[in-house]
Design a protein around this ligand. Structure first.
Ligand code: AMP
Ligand code: MG
Length: 406
């Protein structure tokens, strides 16, 4: 039986990054950029006003100044400040030639002279202001050709905005993996149905599809497969047509646990079956070569919902990261102090649903009480899993443990 670290390494050996391809910028949230993107222009592209006010030459502000033009954002000034005068200007508008500063409108007063010409007075002393006060000069934040977003960056809203600023309506990324989700079990009924005697609702499909979405993948829900060879095989064959197939249930030792055998008969090569982990020991992983450079990774997750949840985070998530080009692909654990004593009884390393919180003096973690790996409600209070190594042990409050945030 493999240790978790060996199993994750085995998964990552089989998962490879997708070839980069161009997609619309609007579809790229959460993906990893596969090219360096450089600025196609200076930013700002022209000297611009940072306030609503009056563009002036500093030394002119000792007397009332005629207002010779008004420039709004989107317009271009036609006059320049080559004599004592002011040009009214709005935030974001291009500065007239000759302007040394913009005096905010709230620091000025306006009047009309005897000839009906608008005049502005600057009652405060601006002669000692620094040149360019309230002006952002062309190229002050970015010069044409500067690196804006580097290859390997995850595209969050601010990266998407920056790419939009420089005109990248399409970007080169590694695409979203398409992942089929197949729940197996004769006892399962769809969520909207009231379970009859001996039946339960198929909670795993919703949960796994949500985990996939959050990981940046595109889930393809395939519904429920009965514990019956031909039917199961038919659903498996559909799921094997995309980048990954995630099954839940049917991988343990029961008579109706048909998943490993049906995967084998569909041509899926087993990489491992079982890992030294609690919950989730019966996990199954394999690969189908569909064509040269085209393969389907297959995970058979144990059916108990918390096992599925934990095994997804432990094994499936790193594979998705690798395919999408996220570095590192492995989950990174943080060290956190236990808020309360915790006793483990374990023949296997336990990944315990837990609540991780960030405090000024470092992260703290609280194990969530649960009655076992079907107790999905307990995980509603969890946002992570705390690792307790094998063995019977009592941890004191303050002991430091590894925690993987979800
Ligand atoms: P199995 O791995 O098929 O032996 O299932 C283990 C346990 O998980 C059983 O109690 C199942 O009823 C339960 N289970 C299996 N699949 C699901 C599912 N899709 N949603 C909720 N519970 C499930
Ligand atoms: Mg089952």
């Amino acid at each position: 039986m493999m240790e978790v670290s060996e199993a994750v390494a085995a998964v990552l050996r089989e998962a490879s990054p997708f070839e980069p391809q161009a997609i619309p910028l609007m579809d790229a949230l959460g993906l990893v950029l596969a090219e360096d993107v450089h600025a196609d222009a200076d930013s700002p592209p022209f000297d611009k006003s940072l306030v609503d006010g009056f563009a002036v030459r500093l030394a002119d502000c000792v007397t009332p100044l005629p207002v010779i033009e008004t420039v709004s954002a989107g317009q271009v000034p036609t006059r320049s400040l080559d004599h004592p005068a002011a040009i009214q200007i709005m935030t974001g508008a291009p500065l007239p030639v000759g302007a040394e500063a913009v005096v905010p409108v709230e620091l000025t007063s306006e009047q009309t002279d005897a000839n009906g010409i608008q005049q502005v007075s600057v009652p405060i002393k601006v002669a000692s202001w620094k040149l360019s006060t309230n002006i952002l000069r062309r190229g002050a934040s970015t010069k044409r050709g500067d690196l804006v977003v580097a290859a390997g960056s995850e595209l969050r809203p601010q990266e998407l905005g920056a790419l939009a600023e420089y005109g990248r309506s399409r970007v080169t990324v590694r695409r979203r993996p398409r992942v089929a989700v197949l729940a197996t079990g004769d006892e399962l009924v769809p969520v909207e149905q009231t379970p009859g005697p001996g039946q339960i609702r198929n909670s795993n499909e919703t949960m796994l599809c949500a985990q996939l979405h959050r990981a940046g993948a595109e889930p393809v829900p395939l519904g429920i497969a009965r514990d019956e060879r031909a039917h199961l095989r038919e659903r498996i064959d559909i799921g094997l047509q995309v980048d990954m197939l995630v099954l839940s249930g049917g991988v343990s030792m029961g008579e109706k646990d048909l998943v490993p055998a049906e995967l084998a008969s569909a041509g899926v090569r087993q990489v491992f079956h079982k890992a030294n982990v609690k919950p989730g020991k019966p996990i199954w992983f394999g690969v189908l070569e569909r064509a040269p450079n085209s393969r389907t990774l297959v995970f058979g997750l144990p059916g108990n919902p918390v096992s599925s949840l934990v095994c997804f985070e432990l094994f499936v998530r790193p594979a998705l990261r690798r395919m999408m080009g996220v570095f590192p692909a492995e989950s990174v654990a943080v060290k956190a102090r236990l808020t309360a004593p915790h006793a483990t009884k374990g023949d296997r390393p336990t990944y315990q649903p837990a609540r991780l919180e960030w405090r000024a003096d470092g992260p703290i973690v609280t194990a969530i009480p649960w009655v076992g790996s079907s107790d999905l409600r307990a995980t509603v209070a969890a946002n992570s899993m705390a690792l307790f190594p094998v063995g019977d042990q009592t941890y004191a409050a303050g002991n430091v443990v590894d925690v993987i945030a979800w």
